[in-house]
Design a protein around this ligand. Sequence first.
Ligand SMILES: [Zn+2]
Length: 294
Amino acid sequence: MSERKVLNKYYPPDFDPAKIPKLKLPKDRQYVVRLMAPFNMRCKTCGEYIYKGKKFNARKETVQNEVYLGLPIFRFYIKCTRCLAEITFKTDPENTDYTMEHGATRNFQAEKLLEEEEKRMQKEREEEELNNPMKVLENRTKDSKLEMEVLENLQELKELNQRQANVDFEAMLKQYKEYEEEQKRKEQEEDEQEMKAMLEEAQNRRLLVDSDSDEEPAKSRTKPVAEVKPTDILQEDPQPQSKKLKTESWERSVGKLNTKSQLAGLVTVKKQKPDPTLANGMENQGTTADTGNC
Ligand SMILES: [Zn+2]
Protein backbone atom coordinates (compact mmCIF):
# COMPACT_ATOMS: atom_id res chain seq x y z
CA MET A 1 0.00 0.00 0.00
CA SER A 2 2.81 2.40 0.70
CA GLU A 3 3.85 2.12 -2.91
CA ARG A 4 0.52 3.15 -4.31
CA LYS A 5 0.91 6.92 -3.86
CA VAL A 6 4.46 7.85 -4.58
CA LEU A 7 5.59 11.18 -3.15
CA ASN A 8 8.97 11.32 -4.69
CA LYS A 9 10.11 10.89 -8.23
CA TYR A 10 13.24 9.41 -9.49
CA TYR A 11 15.60 11.73 -11.31
CA PRO A 12 18.28 9.99 -13.25
CA PRO A 13 21.83 11.17 -12.61
CA ASP A 14 22.12 12.72 -16.06
CA PHE A 15 18.98 14.83 -15.69
CA ASP A 16 19.40 18.39 -16.95
CA PRO A 17 16.35 20.69 -16.69
CA ALA A 18 17.82 23.07 -19.27
CA LYS A 19 17.47 20.33 -21.82
CA ILE A 20 13.71 20.14 -21.43
CA PRO A 21 12.06 21.76 -24.46
CA LYS A 22 10.10 24.88 -23.56
CA LEU A 23 6.60 25.65 -24.68
CA LYS A 24 7.01 28.36 -27.29
CA LEU A 25 4.50 31.16 -26.72
CA PRO A 26 4.70 34.67 -28.10
CA LYS A 27 5.64 37.42 -25.64
CA ASP A 28 2.71 39.65 -26.66
CA ARG A 29 0.24 36.89 -26.18
CA GLN A 30 -3.29 37.83 -25.22
CA TYR A 31 -5.17 36.55 -22.23
CA VAL A 32 -8.89 36.49 -21.75
CA VAL A 33 -9.83 38.19 -18.53
CA ARG A 34 -13.04 39.25 -16.91
CA LEU A 35 -13.14 42.98 -16.11
CA MET A 36 -15.40 45.92 -15.43
CA ALA A 37 -15.45 49.06 -17.53
CA PRO A 38 -13.24 51.46 -15.56
CA PHE A 39 -15.09 54.62 -16.67
CA ASN A 40 -18.19 55.79 -18.50
CA MET A 41 -17.80 55.73 -22.24
CA ARG A 42 -19.81 55.99 -25.40
CA CYS A 43 -19.32 53.81 -28.45
CA LYS A 44 -18.20 55.83 -31.46
CA THR A 45 -19.87 53.51 -33.96
CA CYS A 46 -23.38 53.22 -32.58
CA GLY A 47 -23.52 55.80 -29.78
CA GLU A 48 -24.31 53.26 -27.10
CA TYR A 49 -23.43 54.31 -23.57
CA ILE A 50 -21.29 51.90 -21.62
CA TYR A 51 -21.36 52.69 -17.95
CA LYS A 52 -18.61 52.34 -15.42
CA GLY A 53 -18.80 48.91 -13.85
CA LYS A 54 -20.26 47.07 -16.82
CA LYS A 55 -18.69 43.63 -16.93
CA PHE A 56 -16.92 42.29 -19.97
CA ASN A 57 -14.92 39.30 -21.07
CA ALA A 58 -11.92 41.19 -22.35
CA ARG A 59 -8.63 40.33 -23.95
CA LYS A 60 -5.62 41.65 -22.16
CA GLU A 61 -2.18 42.24 -23.66
CA THR A 62 0.99 43.99 -22.58
CA VAL A 63 1.76 47.10 -24.55
CA GLN A 64 5.10 46.41 -26.11
CA ASN A 65 6.98 49.66 -26.33
CA GLU A 66 5.55 51.48 -23.36
CA VAL A 67 6.68 51.29 -19.80
CA TYR A 68 6.14 53.65 -16.92
CA LEU A 69 9.02 53.58 -14.44
CA GLY A 70 9.56 49.94 -15.21
CA LEU A 71 5.88 49.08 -14.83
CA PRO A 72 4.28 47.37 -17.80
CA ILE A 73 1.25 48.96 -19.34
CA PHE A 74 -1.68 46.73 -20.30
CA ARG A 75 -4.18 47.10 -23.05
CA PHE A 76 -7.72 45.73 -22.92
CA TYR A 77 -10.04 44.93 -25.76
CA ILE A 78 -13.78 44.87 -25.16
CA LYS A 79 -16.73 44.74 -27.51
CA CYS A 80 -19.59 47.20 -27.57
CA THR A 81 -22.68 45.58 -26.13
CA ARG A 82 -24.84 46.77 -28.98
CA CYS A 83 -22.81 46.80 -32.17
CA LEU A 84 -19.90 44.53 -31.24
CA ALA A 85 -17.38 47.14 -32.39
CA GLU A 86 -14.06 46.75 -30.65
CA ILE A 87 -13.12 49.24 -27.96
CA THR A 88 -9.67 49.41 -26.41
CA PHE A 89 -8.27 51.16 -23.37
CA LYS A 90 -4.97 51.07 -21.52
CA THR A 91 -3.81 51.27 -17.97
CA ASP A 92 -2.33 54.59 -16.94
CA PRO A 93 -0.09 54.04 -13.93
CA GLU A 94 1.11 57.63 -13.98
CA ASN A 95 -2.35 58.91 -13.01
CA THR A 96 -3.51 55.66 -11.44
CA ASP A 97 -6.21 55.60 -14.04
CA TYR A 98 -7.11 54.19 -17.45
CA THR A 99 -6.91 55.97 -20.80
CA MET A 100 -9.32 55.59 -23.65
CA GLU A 101 -7.56 54.44 -26.75
CA HIS A 102 -9.89 53.55 -29.57
CA GLY A 103 -13.56 52.97 -30.50
CA ALA A 104 -15.26 55.08 -27.84
CA THR A 105 -15.17 58.43 -26.09
CA ARG A 106 -14.85 58.90 -22.38
CA ASN A 107 -17.70 60.75 -20.72
CA PHE A 108 -18.41 62.75 -17.57
CA GLN A 109 -14.93 63.94 -16.89
CA ALA A 110 -15.16 67.68 -17.51
CA GLU A 111 -14.43 68.45 -13.90
CA LYS A 112 -11.48 66.16 -13.89
CA LEU A 113 -10.09 67.74 -17.04
CA LEU A 114 -10.41 71.18 -15.54
CA GLU A 115 -8.62 70.13 -12.39
CA GLU A 116 -5.85 68.60 -14.44
CA GLU A 117 -5.48 71.76 -16.46
CA GLU A 118 -5.23 73.87 -13.32
CA LYS A 119 -2.69 71.54 -11.85
CA ARG A 120 -0.65 71.69 -15.00
CA MET A 121 -0.65 75.48 -15.02
CA GLN A 122 0.39 75.59 -11.40
CA LYS A 123 3.20 73.17 -12.04
CA GLU A 124 4.48 75.12 -15.02
CA ARG A 125 4.57 78.30 -13.05
CA GLU A 126 6.34 76.72 -10.15
CA GLU A 127 8.96 75.29 -12.46
CA GLU A 128 9.51 78.65 -14.09
CA GLU A 129 9.93 80.32 -10.76
CA LEU A 130 12.34 77.68 -9.54
CA ASN A 131 14.83 78.39 -12.26
CA ASN A 132 14.37 82.12 -12.50
CA PRO A 133 14.21 84.49 -9.48
CA MET A 134 13.30 87.40 -11.75
CA LYS A 135 10.27 85.48 -12.89
CA VAL A 136 9.14 85.21 -9.28
CA LEU A 137 9.24 88.98 -8.91
CA GLU A 138 7.47 89.50 -12.20
CA ASN A 139 4.73 87.10 -11.26
CA ARG A 140 4.31 88.74 -7.89
CA THR A 141 3.95 92.20 -9.40
CA LYS A 142 1.53 90.82 -11.95
CA ASP A 143 -0.52 89.28 -9.20
CA SER A 144 -0.68 92.47 -7.17
CA LYS A 145 -1.60 94.44 -10.27
CA LEU A 146 -4.37 92.02 -11.06
CA GLU A 147 -5.64 92.22 -7.52
CA MET A 148 -5.71 96.02 -7.68
CA GLU A 149 -7.55 95.94 -10.96
CA VAL A 150 -10.12 93.58 -9.58
CA LEU A 151 -10.67 95.82 -6.57
CA GLU A 152 -11.02 98.87 -8.77
CA ASN A 153 -13.50 97.15 -10.98
CA LEU A 154 -15.48 96.08 -8.00
CA GLN A 155 -15.54 99.63 -6.66
CA GLU A 156 -16.64 100.98 -10.00
CA LEU A 157 -19.39 98.45 -10.23
CA LYS A 158 -20.59 99.32 -6.75
CA GLU A 159 -20.67 103.03 -7.55
CA LEU A 160 -22.46 102.40 -10.78
CA ASN A 161 -25.02 100.33 -8.99
CA GLN A 162 -25.59 103.05 -6.44
CA ARG A 163 -26.04 105.65 -9.12
CA GLN A 164 -28.48 103.49 -10.91
CA ALA A 165 -30.33 102.78 -7.72
CA ASN A 166 -30.79 106.51 -7.07
CA VAL A 167 -32.17 107.08 -10.50
CA ASP A 168 -34.41 104.11 -10.20
CA PHE A 169 -36.19 104.74 -6.98
CA GLU A 170 -36.62 108.47 -6.75
CA ALA A 171 -36.41 110.25 -10.04
CA MET A 172 -38.23 107.59 -11.95
CA LEU A 173 -41.08 107.38 -9.49
CA LYS A 174 -41.44 111.15 -9.52
CA GLN A 175 -41.41 111.22 -13.25
CA TYR A 176 -43.98 108.55 -13.40
CA LYS A 177 -46.24 110.34 -10.94
CA GLU A 178 -45.99 113.57 -12.86
CA TYR A 179 -46.71 111.80 -16.04
CA GLU A 180 -49.74 110.12 -14.55
CA GLU A 181 -51.12 113.37 -13.18
CA GLU A 182 -50.63 115.06 -16.48
CA GLN A 183 -52.42 112.26 -18.20
CA LYS A 184 -55.33 112.55 -15.79
CA ARG A 185 -55.50 116.29 -16.30
CA LYS A 186 -55.49 115.84 -20.02
CA GLU A 187 -58.24 113.32 -19.86
CA GLN A 188 -60.36 115.59 -17.70
CA GLU A 189 -59.82 118.48 -20.03
CA GLU A 190 -60.76 116.36 -22.98
CA ASP A 191 -63.87 115.19 -21.22
CA GLU A 192 -64.88 118.73 -20.41
CA GLN A 193 -64.27 119.82 -23.94
CA GLU A 194 -66.30 116.98 -25.25
CA MET A 195 -69.10 117.80 -22.86
CA LYS A 196 -69.04 121.41 -23.96
CA ALA A 197 -69.04 120.45 -27.58
CA MET A 198 -71.93 118.10 -27.09
CA LEU A 199 -73.89 120.70 -25.19
CA GLU A 200 -73.28 123.26 -27.86
CA GLU A 201 -74.28 120.80 -30.50
CA ALA A 202 -77.43 119.97 -28.66
CA GLN A 203 -78.30 123.63 -28.30
CA ASN A 204 -77.59 124.26 -31.92
CA ARG A 205 -79.76 121.37 -32.90
CA ARG A 206 -82.60 122.67 -30.79
CA LEU A 207 -82.27 126.05 -32.39
CA LEU A 208 -82.13 124.50 -35.80
CA VAL A 209 -85.17 122.40 -35.12
CA ASP A 210 -87.06 125.41 -33.94
CA SER A 211 -86.13 127.38 -37.00
CA ASP A 212 -86.70 124.43 -39.32
CA SER A 213 -90.14 123.69 -38.07
CA ASP A 214 -91.44 126.82 -39.72
CA GLU A 215 -89.98 125.92 -43.04
CA GLU A 216 -91.13 122.36 -43.52
CA PRO A 217 -94.62 121.89 -42.30
CA ALA A 218 -95.88 120.93 -45.72
CA LYS A 219 -93.67 117.86 -45.96
CA SER A 220 -94.37 116.43 -42.57
CA ARG A 221 -97.99 117.17 -42.18
CA THR A 222 -99.27 114.39 -44.39
CA LYS A 223 -97.37 111.47 -42.81
CA PRO A 224 -98.06 111.90 -39.09
CA VAL A 225 -101.73 112.21 -39.64
CA ALA A 226 -101.89 108.66 -40.90
CA GLU A 227 -99.67 107.21 -38.16
CA VAL A 228 -101.20 108.91 -35.21
CA LYS A 229 -104.73 107.88 -36.03
CA PRO A 230 -105.16 104.78 -33.84
CA THR A 231 -104.26 106.61 -30.64
CA ASP A 232 -106.39 109.56 -31.41
CA ILE A 233 -109.42 108.03 -29.88
CA LEU A 234 -107.66 107.64 -26.53
CA GLN A 235 -106.28 111.13 -26.59
CA GLU A 236 -109.54 112.81 -27.26
CA ASP A 237 -110.62 112.96 -23.64
CA PRO A 238 -107.58 114.34 -21.81
CA GLN A 239 -106.76 117.04 -24.29
CA PRO A 240 -109.45 119.55 -24.56
CA GLN A 241 -107.44 122.38 -23.03
CA SER A 242 -104.25 121.70 -24.98
CA LYS A 243 -106.27 121.73 -28.13
CA LYS A 244 -107.47 125.14 -27.40
CA LEU A 245 -104.07 126.42 -26.33
CA LYS A 246 -101.96 125.01 -29.07
CA THR A 247 -104.06 125.15 -32.12
CA GLU A 248 -102.11 128.14 -33.30
CA SER A 249 -98.74 126.47 -32.60
CA TRP A 250 -99.32 123.09 -34.18
CA GLU A 251 -98.22 124.24 -37.53
CA ARG A 252 -94.70 125.02 -36.33
CA SER A 253 -94.55 121.95 -34.14
CA VAL A 254 -95.31 119.49 -36.88
CA GLY A 255 -91.62 119.57 -37.78
CA LYS A 256 -90.82 117.52 -34.70
CA LEU A 257 -93.06 114.76 -35.73
CA ASN A 258 -90.60 113.73 -38.39
CA THR A 259 -88.21 112.38 -35.80
CA LYS A 260 -90.64 111.15 -33.18
CA SER A 261 -93.61 110.01 -35.16
CA GLN A 262 -93.40 106.49 -33.73
CA LEU A 263 -93.52 107.81 -30.18
CA ALA A 264 -96.48 110.02 -30.84
CA GLY A 265 -98.86 107.63 -29.16
CA LEU A 266 -96.75 107.15 -26.06
CA VAL A 267 -96.00 110.76 -25.59
CA THR A 268 -99.56 111.60 -24.78
CA VAL A 269 -99.08 110.26 -21.24
CA LYS A 270 -95.98 112.36 -20.60
CA LYS A 271 -97.59 115.41 -21.93
CA GLN A 272 -99.59 115.95 -18.76
CA LYS A 273 -96.48 116.23 -16.59
CA PRO A 274 -95.68 119.83 -15.67
CA ASP A 275 -92.07 119.74 -16.87
CA PRO A 276 -91.02 123.26 -17.77
CA THR A 277 -88.01 122.33 -19.86
CA LEU A 278 -89.80 119.76 -21.92
CA ALA A 279 -93.02 121.67 -22.08
CA ASN A 280 -92.38 122.99 -25.53
CA GLY A 281 -91.70 119.72 -27.19
CA MET A 282 -94.36 117.83 -25.32
CA GLU A 283 -97.04 120.27 -26.07
CA ASN A 284 -96.01 120.26 -29.64
CA GLN A 285 -96.43 116.54 -29.83
CA GLY A 286 -99.67 116.76 -28.09
CA THR A 287 -100.88 119.12 -30.68
CA THR A 288 -99.70 116.87 -33.42
CA ALA A 289 -101.79 114.16 -31.97
CA ASP A 290 -104.63 116.57 -32.11
CA THR A 291 -104.02 117.29 -35.72
CA GLY A 292 -105.30 113.88 -36.50
CA ASN A 293 -108.45 114.75 -34.73
CA CYS A 294 -108.82 117.93 -36.56
ZN1 LIG B 1 -21.43 50.27 -30.42
